[in-house]
Ligand binder design. Sequence first.
Ligand code: FE2
Length: 290
Amino acid sequence: MKVIQYQIKRNSNIFLGGDRHVGNAARSQDAVDHFKNALNSKYDGCANNYYVDHGDNLEAISSDDRRFEFSTHKTLPFDELDFAIEEYRNIAFKTICILYGNHEYKWNRFGDLTAKLVKYTNEKYGSNIEYGTNSCVIVYRDENNKFLFRHFAWHPMSGRLNYAAKDPDQKLGNILAGLKQRFRDRWGNALLMSCGHYHQLIVNKPKEQLLHMEQGGKISKEYATARKVDGYIHPDFRWYVCTGSFLTFYVDGLSTYVERSGSIQPADTGYAIAKVRDGRLVDIDRIKLV
Ligand SMILES: [Fe+2]
């Protein structure tokens, strides 16, 4: 856990991505290139872009790992680290923090490779990326140091989101509810809660609730939502994001471990963008890359 204080412009785009898996042959270079270009371009009329990296930067699967497959995994720890650092060229100075995921964790016998990724990237490009550990809370403030909102970012180390359902609407409902359930008791005052790991690209928006109340002998009604964002926020009034990945499911000539698994379903390649306008988090877009 790490608490990070960070100043952003009142009109900003916060890119929410991760699961880059350098070293996995099923990684989509086109998707990574698209992401890097987008981070350096205007999005929705705004060029103030920032990035929160949700981990699994390295594939980190050795030949003694049951997920190892000869056509998919060829690289060595420090080759993957070098490539991951090189790929931070042009985007390091837009990156707020990097988390570690379960994949890097598998190579802890070589040292904390995410800490080294952050350290060497900062040294190489003169950036100021924070090491977010496994989960972090980013406190966003504007240029005048006025509080905007909190963001809890995390890389769960195990588990899958439940999507078992016969009907697609029910399936989506299960996924949205499952994502919220993962987060709801982990932090109390974050308006935005995002995670990597599941390789699903999901945005669960805050819900409004119609409330009837008595005031001065009269019945009144209002819609409850997270108007005050500096304090406890009811779980139904927060934003929840699962940030997708840069992997593809099937690759001609490979048999990847997700393909071999009977319980992992094909998932979206892509990332999400949280839009902050005049200091308020107004919407989050899913950027699906085919
Ligand atoms: Fe991953």
